[in-house]
Write a new protein. Structure first.
Length: 171
């Protein structure tokens, strides 16, 4: 019995060590000033994060794969535009990728209403990317309405996470 307790302690110490190593921080992204004088965040280089450039992980971590919408709205908000600008630049750099834009809603409203709203959200994201120079034949849309929540709960925090457009890479 004593050996099991000792072994458990060793495992616990090793786990804490691994956890602390995993929590060590990489250099923070640098701020760059655009010609208009506004400051915007630039992503850490993929090599610095250990993520291979041009991969799904690169897109999700260094660019961002989702934008969020206000309640019962489908207009892309300024923060969403910044994310979509980064997505457009990334997609121009890696033309081998196509994307599927998923439109999602929170749990409020009927299934039919939310499917239609999710479609409008997906199309708003698609239209923004196309206006940024991404060929329309590289972008398709689908609406999941309220059927695939990312956050469970009947409160504003959960609903805000579920009102989203997600860009999924495909070949």
């Amino acid at each position: 019995m004593r050996l099991n307790t000792f072994g458990s302690k060793i495992v616990a110490v090793a786990a804490v060590g691994l956890f602390m190593a995993a929590c060590s921080s990489d250099p923070a992204p640098t701020a760059a000033t655009s010609g208009s004088g506004s400051t915007q965040q630039t992503a850490t280089a993929p090599a610095a994060t250990g993520i291979q450039a041009g991969t799904v992980q690169d897109f999700q971590v260094n660019v961002g794969d989702r934008v969020f919408f206000d309640y019962d709205k489908y207009e892309v908000k300024p923060a969403g535009k910044a994310t979509l600008d980064k997505q457009a630049a990334w997609l121009k750099r890696y033309p081998q990728w196509k994307v599927v834009i998923e439109g999602h809603c929170d749990e409020r409203g009927t299934r039919e209403y939310n499917l239609a709203l999710g479609e409008r959200r997906a199309n708003a994201v698609k239209n923004y990317l196309v206006n940024q120079g991404i060929p329309a034949n590289r972008v398709t849309t689908i609406s999941y309405g309220k059927e695939r929540p990312v956050a469970l709960g009947s409160n504003e925090a959960a609903w805000a996470q579920n009102r989203r457009g997600v860009t999924v890479l495909s070949n």
